[in-house]
Design a protein around this ligand. Structure first.
Ligand SMILES: NC(=O)c1ccc[n+]([C@@H]2O[C@H](COP(=O)([O-])OP(=O)(O)OC[C@H]3O[C@@H](n4cnc5c(N)ncnc54)[C@H](OP(=O)(O)O)[C@@H]3O)[C@@H](O)[C@H]2O)c1
Length: 292
């Protein structure tokens, strides 16, 4: 039975990775921030070396862009430096690192989807900058190590996660329309909404299929603005009377970190996942059941 070690196991994605990993009968060790702070190098190395996992799955991160903008040192330590250490430790031990990145490493200036081989990372905010830094550390280490003993890694980029592991933008819209009949949503930014449990399942598939190491783009199908997601929450959730107030990026600069207009990840390497609206339907059913 393969050994899997998860960091960030109480986050949005980490919760699903831990749940699905258990269902799939992996020999699982799952650490939340409370259990293990990935910025403590010695503790990180001791944990990985004592468990000797086949796969280290890193879902730990500071993901709130505004927080990253305001706490730059912490964001760098968690999102970039700790990942560099993790990659070095995994290489040393000969296990595989599975790490997640984001569409926010791109600036959205390109109108076509960003495919895996798109080499120029141009983040528009500090969160994206730290995630791009982690990517470049992994790429550099991969170039430096000897071909006889390569770095084994999967770098999986995704976008706009929603799911039951943690509060998220879809849940906020759902709560707002069910409590007040109104919600606000960005009208001029789009990406690919992705169900965290679909991404977690796809992560285990990438491992199980023994795909070549490298960069993968894993999202649901389709794309949308947050306004369109809110419209879907209203129609699929049965809130026909609810109203959505459109927000525009230029009017909310005091409340948010800088935002790219639209970043769509293009997947050229993996089988397609279901459409985000089908995944949303499943998630809304979960939310409604919880609300009863
Ligand atoms: N959310 C998205 O829309 C999205 C989109 C694309 C890619 N991603 C990527 O997917 C991955 C998972 O994201 P997510 O949305 O699941 O994030 P999340 O819900 O914010 O979870 C991240 C987890 O990391 C933990 N953490 C923070 N600092 C830590 C530290 N020093 N040591 C150990 N754990 C620490 C957090 O713990 P606390 O909560 O206790 O601080 C949290 O449980 C990230 O790499 C993210 O960049 C996310």
């Amino acid at each position: 039975m393969k050994k899997v070690l998860i960091f960030g196991s109480k986050g949005l994605l980490g919760t699903d990775l831990a749940r699905i990993g258990k269902d799939l009968n992996y020999d699982l060790s799952a650490f939340s921030r409370h259990d293990l702070d990935i910025t403590h190098y010695r503790i990180l190395k001791d944990a990985i070396f004592s468990i000797e996992p086949d796969f280290v799955i890193n879902a730990a991160a500071i993901t709130n862009p505004l927080r990253c903008q305001e706490e730059k040192n912490l964001a760098m330590e968690v999102n970039a430096t700790a990942v560099k250490h993790m990659a070095e430790i995994c290489w040393d031990l000969g296990c595989t690192l599975v790490h997640f990145s984001t569409e926010q490493v791109f600036d959205g200036s390109q109108s076509s989807p960003y495919v895996e081989s798109h080499g120029i990372l141009k983040p528009v905010n500090f969160y994206g900058y730290t995630k791009a830094k982690a990517e470049s550390y992994i790429a550099l280490l991969q170039r430096l190590v000897h071909a006889d003993h390569p770095l084994q890694y999967y770098l999986i980029r995704s976008s706009w996660l929603f799911g039951s592991g943690r509060n998220n933008f879809v849940e906020n819209i759902f709560r707002a329309v069910s409590d007040t009949g109104r919600a606000e949503a960005l009208y001029d930014q789009s990406s690919i909404p992705t169900f965290s449990s679909d991404l977690a399942r796809r992560t285990y598939e990438i491992i199980a299929w023994e795909l070549p190491f490298g960069i993968y783009h894993a999202t649901n199908q389709g794309s949308a603005t947050q306004f369109e997601v809110a419209e879907a929450v209203i129609s699929l959730g049965g809130f026909q009377e609810a109203q959505i107030q459109p927000l525009y990026r230029k009017n909310i600069t005091d409340r948010r970190a800088p935002l790219a207009p639209s970043v769509i990840l293009g997947n050229t390497k993996l089988p397609l996942m279901r459409h985000w609206k089908d995944a949303l339907m499943e998630y809304l059913t979960d939310l409604k059941n919880k609300a009863i």
